[in-house]
Structure formats: C-alpha cells, structure tokens
Design a protein around this ligand. Structure first.
Ligand code: C5P
Length: 224
C-alpha cells in the first residue's frame, strides 16, 4: 500500500513527441516514446495526486485514473497546458520532446510533387518554449524540466534550469545508447539551483518513483 500523501495536489505532465503539420498528410516529429512521462504520471497518481497527462501521439496506454489529453502540435500542447492550469497546479513536469521548429505556414492542401524540382525549401519557425512560458506565467508551484544532452551534460542542464526559470532539471546523456530515448531504462542527474543527485540507472517505472519522491522532497523544503 502506497501512502496517499499527494491527495489534493494537481500534477500536470507532458509526454511524447509533438507533431508539426507540413500539409494535411505530412508532419515533422521525433522518436520520443513517451515512456518517462507516462511512468511519472503513474507514480504521482499512485501517491494520490490528480494527474493531467498532456500527451503527443505514443504507443502507450495511459494509467487508469490519469486525465489524458492527446495533442498534436507544440502550440496545442501549450494551450492545453495553460487550460489545465487555469488554477495554479502544484507540479508541472515537461517530459515531452517538443519539436524545436514548425512550418511557418502549413499548407492546407497536400503539397504537389513538382516534377521539375530536385529540391524544395520548407520555411520553419521556432516553436514556443512550452515549459519556459508556463514557468514565466507561474502556472505551477514547482516546474520540472528534462534536458537531453550529448556533452557537458551538467553544465548545459544548469544553464537550461536558469534560462527556463525551472526549479528542477532532470538531465540525461543521450549519447549513451544503452539508456534514455526509447529505452526502458534511464540514468539521470537531478539538478536544482544548489543540489545535484544521480540515482542509479534503473527501469523508467522505478526511476519515476524516485523522481516523484525527489520532487516532493524539494517541494516540502522549498520556500514560497
Ligand atoms: O531546450 P530543450 O529542448 O533541451 O529543453 C528540454 C526541456 O524543455 C524539456 O523539459 C522539454 O519538455 C521542454 N521544452 C518545452 N518546449 C520546447 C522545447 C523544450 O517545453 N519548445
């Protein structure tokens, strides 16, 4: 039996990839599986939190009892999160792999193959930074982000923590092929303004339990 110590709390978690339309039949996306976000949702739910899971398209079933909202684009994901946190949430975790860019103007008809053209140019523009926007709007008391890095993991993650205005950043080294993206296990480093902690490599489900505990401990010690 797990203690229901998060009863009355609202956690909002993003997961999976965003999908940016090129035209009605094509899109830009990435290989995020959504596993880490779904595991976090389950771990928070089991401790009694009300959990809203804002998810891109993934091959996973949401844990029973989670409020699942499926979204496609980063713009959808941002507006869905804002709506979910009209009343300030307790915790927001951005575990989604948000596409950095979207089409400047998605075509409303299927793009035709121009038989005389060997190359075409798509103009992309930056997507909104969902977590930074939500942090600025103070949509949750505690803002937690992820940072996938291939080098200078801690240093880059720390600067992301500050730049995005987060409380906690969970960094992982995606240059390692045995963990992370699309794997069932992960090895991360949990970084706050003045603490750093690297739990052992573990299954994402098990790691999620430890990460939720770390977030709860932080929220207890944080002064508002
Ligand atoms: O900047 P980078 O993509 O490395 O930051 C990762 C963190 O920021 C993750 O928590 C991710 O969900 C979030 N993010 C976001 N909106 C973006 C890009 C990243 O919320 N446009």
């Amino acid at each position: 039996i797990i203690e229901q110590d998060l009863l009355g709390q609202h956690w909002v978690i993003t997961a999976g990839p965003t999908m940016e339309a090129i035209d009605p039949v094509r899109y830009i996306s990435n290989h995020s599986s959504g596993k880490m976000g779904y595991a976090l949702a389950e771990a928070a739910l089991k401790r009694g939190a009300r959990v809203t899971l804002v998810s891109g398209q993934v091959q996973l079933v949401a844990p029973h009892g989670v409020e699942l909202v499926s979204v496609k684009s980063a713009d959808d994901m941002l507006s869905t999160c804002e709506q979910a946190m009209t009343k300030q949430a307790d915790v927001f975790i951005g575990a989604a792999a948000v596409a950095d860019f979207k089409m400047k103007t998605a075509c409303d008809q299927k793009m035709k193959k121009q038989s005389d053209a060997d190359e075409i140019t798509l103009t992309l523009v930056k997507n909104p930074d969902i977590i930074a926007t939500l942090a600025q709007q103070k949509r949750a008391k505690i803002m937690v982000g992820f940072a996938a890095e291939t080098q200078h993991v801690i240093e880059y993650a720390k600067s992301k923590l500050e730049r995005k205005g987060l409380d906690i950043i969970i960094a992982n080294d995606v240059s390692r092929t045995d963990i992370g993206f699309n794997h069932d296990s992960n090895q991360v480093t949990v970084i706050t303004k003045d603490t750093i902690w690297s739990p052992d490599k573990a299954a994402k489900s098990e790691l999620a339990v430890q990460l939720v505990e770390a977030i709860v401990q932080y929220s207890i010690s944080a002064k508002f």
